[in-house]
Design a protein around this ligand. Structure first.
Ligand code: UT7
Length: 330
């Protein structure tokens, strides 16, 4: 009998209806479809005009529960990776618990790891399952970056989109499931990518940061972040391969965080992967932060790109800095 671990038994995703194309962005800032396409691979992104993060998350979670044929009453744990929650507190997970009628009393909490949020949450949920006690966990990645972007800054506003993805992780002793996962961070490099907007620095100051002057929006040193992302994600996949005595050719599908098609291609090249081994949907959604991997996984599953026994690899990189990876046998 294999060791106790989590197996992805269902996946779901949700992206808002409104499509903001590169042509639409051309009307907002000084940019071109040609520049965005060539430098990022993005053609369009989804933007939610009026939905809350928890509502977007709950839609993806509902689909994941249905795909896994699991009732909300059977969920033992909810973990959401997000840096754009509805409120400072309660957590997005608590709102999702209420929205979906998940059993009161179970633990529900959020993880802040920016674009690595989903893999941090997956790693955490898998470890709860391995420790015993949790049989079914709902793991969500959701972000609404459109609300933390400076829509006058062409260097960042063209890159991101909104959405959510979710999986149900079910206890198993079978051969399939999460073989290993690793999460990392390096706080020394936080200034590479961050969004200010805090609870303030003194108790009596006016809460000027709400709703937020220009300086409350996302900031990124794009060029440096690009290089660190390629190096770090390449290293993270190697760590996962080593942990399981696998070779790059054993990977049936790599689902990387969708930040930039040039980053994705460079990571694939570093490992000698063929284009068929690497999944990308960045052209349609841009960078959806914590949602990007579960949205991509959901699309890959629906497109029949993953079959039983396949080795699927996830890798992410984001603000913190944070990076994470997971190897899964389907
Ligand atoms: O998810 C978390 C991790 N995020 C990432 O990993 C993102 C990493 N970074 C990137 O993807 C890329 O660095 C960007 C897409 C953000 C930028 O691409 P780049 O090839 O690194 O461009 P750059 O920042 O070096 O800028 C090149 C030029 C600049 O003009 P000059 O100084 O050469 O005259 C920019 O002002 O492109 C200009 N530029 C633009 N031009 C048209 C920057 N943004 C735009 C734009 N449209 N939207």
């Amino acid at each position: 009998m294999s060791e106790l671990r989590g197996r992805i038994s269902g996946c779901g995703s949700y992206v808002p209806e409104f499509i903001l194309s590169n042509a639409g962005i051309e009307k907002m800032v000084e940019t071109t479809d040609a520049w965005i396409t060539a430098r990022t691979g993005i053609k369009q992104r989804r933007i939610t005009l009026n939905e809350k993060t928890s509502v977007v998350a709950a839609k993806a979670a509902k689909e994941a529960l249905a795909a896994a044929s699991v009732s909300p009453r059977d969920i033992d744990l909810v973990i959401t990776g997000t840096v754009t929650p509805d409120m400072v507190f309660p957590s997005t997970s608590c709102f999702v618990q209420q929205e979906l009628g998940i059993r009161p009393g179970i633990p529900a909490f959020d993880i802040s790891a920016a674009c690595s949020g989903f893999l941090y949450a997956l790693d955490c949920a898998d470890k709860y399952i391995r420790a015993g006690g949790v049989k079914k966990a709902l793991v969500i990645g959701v972000d609404i970056f459109s609300r933390i972007l400076d829509w006058t800054d062409r260097a960042t506003c063209v890159l991101f989109g909104d959405g959510a993805g979710a999986v149900v992780l079910t206890e198993t002793r079978g051969k399939s499931g999460i073989l290993s996962s690793h999460i990392h961070s390096d706080g020394r490099q936080w200034e590479m990518l961050y969004t200010p907007g805090s609870i303030g620095s003194n108790p009596f100051e006016e809460r000027k940061h709400l709703p937020g002057p220009r300086n409350a929006y996302l900031k990124m040193k794009g060029n440096e972040t690009f290089k660190v992302a390629v190096r770090t994600m390449g290293g993270a996949i190697k760590e996962e391969l080593q942990a399981n005595s696998l070779k790059p050719s054993d990977i049936a599908l790599l689902i990387p965080h969708q930040a930039n098609i040039r980053i994705i291609d460079a990571v694939g090249e570093r490992l000698g992967l063929s284009s068929g081994q690497v999944f990308s949907n960045i052209d349609r959604y841009g960078n959806t932060s914590a949602a990007s991997i579960p949205i991509a996984l959901d699309e890959a599953l629906k497109a029949g790109k993953i079959k039983k026994g396949d080795i699927v690899m996830f890798v992410s990189f984001g603000g913190g800095l944070t990076w994470a990876s997971a190897a899964v046998r389907w």
